[in-house]
Design a binder for this molecule. Sequence first.
Ligand code: ATP
Length: 236
Amino acid sequence: MNIGLFGGTFDPIHRGHLALARAAMERCSLGRVHFVPVGKHPLKGSQPLATYFDRYAMVALATQEEKTFVPSLLEAPELDSSQKSGKASKERTPNFSIDTVRKLKQTLKKNDRLFFLVGIDAFKDIAKWHEPVALLRECTFIVASRPGFSLADVANSLPEKLRPSLAVTKPFQRQPAKGDLVLPGVTIHLLDSVNQAVSATAIRQAVAAKRPLGKLVDSKVEQYIKKRRLYGKQIG
Ligand code: ATP
């Protein structure tokens, strides 16, 4: 079976995330997509506003009605006694995607194939991720592109070892980031049909400003945000 792994801060999960997962599922015939709320992001400077547990709960609610969307605890923090008693938790070590991928792979069957789902904004920084070459070789990438990005932007984001020469990528400059990019040792499927102008930042800002969320998030997620009074005060 083809299996997707979709990691994100999901602070909160929104329509753009679900659209990406659905488009990836269709494009690569994924039988299952694991939504993995990040434990501690290795690169994002600011930490999520909602706790891991609230972000996981929102992922579980938003994926509830899709049989093939699975909320995943792969990056769940270990509960130590200080966290259980509500005291400040110890500083967490970051969760690297390569470790999460290897952890998930241990649970898969021999014939399963793993696909890594990501938006182009995050993919742009792939060369800065931990062990990016190993990660790109461990799984096939599905990248949701955006208007304005070219195939050359995608190829030039790759870590140096896998990046094609400028002579190779030059003709890619005029090609929009869609179709498949197949290079030695790496395959990247590009989705150009997602196009959802929504971000978790905009949602947090709307909640703080008491603006309606409309269809930006699942209605169960909106209820959860209200009940737990998330994002009420801080904007970020
Ligand atoms: P924030 O606004 O807090 O930075 P975000 O909306 O980008 O958050 P993340 O949880 O950080 O959400 O994103 C998880 C993944 O989903 C990333 O790979 C990101 O590129 C992708 N993504 C986020 N929003 C969209 C969208 N509207 N369309 C397609 N992909 C998206």
